[in-house]
Ligand binder design. Structure first.
Ligand code: GTP
Ligand code: MG
Length: 198
């Protein structure tokens, strides 16, 4: 699948405020600064679509992007940003939970994990809550350009072992780099396969 058109379709802080035109949604979540907004831009070939920043906590609302006039990519705020004050963290977590638990159009939640580090407790706890709530998810490793292939492969095996302590089966795991564009075809093909089962 190719993305021929990507348009900003609106920002919301509650699911009741999301775009009124209901279409399948594919959302991106993960720790603050993991690369959610950058990945959306990379998939859409447009570096100005979603706002990115080297400072964590950039995305604070739910942003819908209309793709090929037929489905949405959804950029979510990050979780687990230690430097944000408690009130700010609580509000972001309300925005995230309201969307994830409340959007009936959410087909797949992509949970982004930094490929350089072991999957941490914050991510494992988040995945556990998705499981408890029956939210379909897949994992995308980000920033895969930052390490050589051998180090990357070893870290991936480590992360799989960590996940298998928690899960009987591994979820789909894809690797990506917003810098090099790697993973783009796999992610878009995966989305297309889900759209085709509709
Ligand atoms: P919040 O909205 O703050 O939660 O962050 P985010 O997850 O949307 O991250 P964002 O896309 O803003 O990227 C954070 C930083 O990581 C930026 O400085 C990006 O340039 C950088 N970055 C994101 N993806 C990649 C990648 O694949 N490779 C490299 N080298 N840098 C990346
Ligand atoms: Mg962002």
């Amino acid at each position: 699948m190719k993305i021929s058109e990507a348009k900003f379709a609106g920002s919301s802080t509650r699911v009741s405020m999301k775009p009124k035109r209901l279409l399948p949604e594919f959302a991106f979540i993960g720790r603050s600064n993991v690369g959610k907004s950058s990945l959306i831009n990379m998939l859409c070939n447009n570096n100005k679509l979603a706002m990115t920043s080297s400072t964590p906590g950039k995305t604070k609302v739910v942003n819908h992007f209309l793709i090929n006039d037929s489905w949405y990519l959804v950029d979510l705020p990050g979780y687990g940003y230690a430097k944000m004050n408690q009130k700010g963290r609580e509000e972001l977590s309300t925005v995230i939970n309201d969307y994830i638990l409340g959007s009936s159009e959410l087909m797949m939640l992509f949970v982004l994990i930094d490929s350089r580090h072991d999957i941490g407790k914050i991510d494992r706890d988040f995945l556990a809550r998705l499981g408890e709530n029956g939210i379909p998810f897949a994992i995308i490793m980000t920033k895969c350009d930052k390490q050589g292939p051998n180090v990357l492969a070893a870290q991936l095996e480590k992360d799989k072992a960590i996940l298998l302590e928690q899960w009987e089966e591994l979820p789909p795991i894809l690797c990506s780099s917003s810098k090099s564009g790697s993973g783009k075809n796999e992610i878009l093909e995966y989305i297309e396969s889900i759209l085709n089962t509709q």
